[in-house]
Every structure is written in structure tokens, then in C-alpha cells.
Design a protein. Sequence first.
Lengths: 135, 302
Amino acid sequence: MNPVFILSQKDSRPMYLQIIEQIKNKIAVGDWSQGHKLPSIRELAISLRVSVITVKRAYQDLENEQVIYTQQGKGSYVADGENMGIKLKQQELDDLLINVLKTAKILGMTEQEITQRIHSLQKNKSINEQGEGYE
Amino acid sequence: MSNLALNLNNVSIHYPHFDLKNVNLKLESGSIMGLIGPNGAGKSTTIRILMGLLLPDSGDVEVLGYNMLTDADKARWDIGYASEDLRLYEKMSIGWHMQFIKDMFPKWDDTYAMDLLTKFDLKPELKIKGLSHGQRVKASLLLILARRPKLLVLDEPTTGLDPVARMETLNEMMEILRDEDRSIIFSSHNTADIEQLSDQITFIDRGHVVNSNDKESFIESWRRIRVSIPDNVNTSQLQHMVENHNNFHTDVLLTNHYSNDLMTQWKSFGIEINSIEAMTLEEIFLAEVTSSRKIVKQETVL
């Protein structure tokens, strides 16, 4: 059986964060919709070859964020909720923007300067698109 | 019966040149424990004690619910032990060994054994003396796995394996855990393998357990924090600061009690936090050993 997703060995983040991200991504792109049953913790651990406790940790965090819910003895499911996919994408954007703000603070940039910077980047959109995905 | 696969309480053993002191280990059924420690730290001694091959001078050893000081013979049927020095008969074939073990262990699973032969790309007619290192490791693993032991004890299972054989070994280790009654304890110098697979991690150094905890707690509590420190602040004032690498304008601090509250507290000293980084298990292990050795040194001085 193919694993549901693949983790990166070069990603420096803890593995549970990668699992959370991959699951959110599955939901965001619509592979897993509302009420979709997630693999059991043990099953996912075996297929990803990571410890059970790591997957458990990821599921717990997803539950706390109300992305999934667990029915005792039955399993975990993608939570109901309007436009979960879009919400998750928005959250991803917020996380990126928070990092932008942090870096801008180190550079001593004002909000206006950040906006200007975004405008100028948009002007070079064609260049951006070429470079997309290749860091 | 307890649902602990392993329970070692205050286990000590004394040798003329080595002491294992007050070892405490607990492992829940259905999980994997990784043992990490430098050579000569006491990993193999610990493993031999929990196998019932060595009697400790003091302490309690319980494995799969059996008291290993009195009932080791009963427990051994359910323990599978594989190490590099496992003795196989050089002149005999893999198939001969399979039959040999099958005759001794009633729980031997023929279907599983055949399945493993295919997965490990081994042939029953191959003689042991002609096997490569990787094939030997896989053959001994097969002989143990097909007995369906409840506790698997693996000493350096992936050492010296090529990437394919290593992947096959790790895959089979994970497959075992499909069954929630089965547990694994393994030692390795490859901290990446341990970080990936283990639920519980134990660091051993110089004959004692430096720390034993679930993996997520280790990963959660340790952080490398890059900071800028004003001239008038002494980092020794900072709570839970374990190591400090000073580098002109920036300092790199390590903590084993990371939390948002701790960061707020540090900031109140006027410290500017530039970045917070998670650490690999190898880095955590090195930091744990360094700080434990420091404490031991201080105690000896006092």
C-alpha cells in the first residue's frame, strides 16, 4: 500500500508538524472532505514509518484546532465546518504574513513600506511565477 | 497483568571497571523504545539484564509481566533477541535454521516466515557462510520475527546495512506494531532511526540513565534560541538555560524547558530573541549528556 503522503527527511521541523501540514493540505485541496475518515493512528504511523506517539501528537493538535474530531473507538474524521479548505489556506497565509512582519520588524520597515514592497513584487510577477516553487 | 512490556526498577550491577546504577525503565505494550548511548555506556548490559541473561545485584526486572529474577525461563519464549553476534551455524542453510527454530518454538509462523523470505530477498538454500552482512542481519531478523515474540530486543539492528536493507528492516519493525500487544526495544548509534521510530527514548551515559521520556516531550522541551544580549545582562540569571555559546553580538542558548512563558521571562531581562529552532534528537542527546556530565562533575567536587 502506498503511504497517503510522504514526509521530507530534510525538513528541519519536528515530524508531527509535517504530518499536520500534510493533512491540512489534503483537506485544503479537497482530497479529504467533511466527514472523511482518517487512517487510524497506528495505521498512519506504520505507513509513514514514524512512531505512534508522533501521529498521536499530530491528531491531538488537529483536534484542538477543530480540524478533525475523534469518536471514541471509531476513529477520527475531518470536521464539519463551512469552507474548511479555504479557512486552512487563510490560516497558512496568516502564518506566512506573521513571518513577514517579524522580518520587517528586524529591518525596521513600516506597514506602508511593506505594502509598497508587495506592490513592487507584484509588478515583477512574471519573474515571480518563473521562480515559483524553486527556492 | 500490567500493560507494561518492560519495567525496570532501581537496577544496579557492579563490575570491577564498570557500574550500572539505579536504572529505571518503563515501556508500555505496543510501543517502541530507542536506547541511545556512547560505546561502553551500559546499553548492552541493560539489554542483557532485561533478557534475563544477567542477574543484577539489586533492583526489580519485570518483562511481559514476568519477574526476570525468578521466571526468566517463562518469559524467554516471548522475547526475541537479535544482535550482530547472534550465533548461526556457518555450514548450514537459512532453511535449516528455520526448521531448527520452528521445532523449538510452537508459535513459529510458516506463512509469515515465507513472506519475510520474499520481502528480504533471501533463499532458504543459501548457506550462512556465503551471506553478506546485510543478508545475515535479515536472516537473523527473519528467524526471530517468525517466532512472533511479544517483545523484540534488537541491538544495533541497522548498523552496517545498505540503504535498501535498512529500509526493509525499519519497515518490518513498524509492521510488528500493527499488533498492539507487541513491543520493541532497540539500541542504535543512528539517532535518526531512533528519532523516526521510537515512542519512548532513553539516553544512557556512563552507567546511568541520563533521561527517559516519550519522544514528543524531548522534542517539545528542547530549543536552540538565537538571541542578542545587552551588555549588562548575565545569562546565568536566566532560568532553564542549559548551554550558552557566545559569539560576539549574538548568543546561542539552549533550553530544556521551552515554553512561551519562559521566553517572556527571558525577554523581561532585556534579551532580544532572534530565532527559535527545534533540535534533532542527536543534538538533544549531546546536550543531555554534556549537562549530565557537568552535574556529575559538580557533585564529585562537592
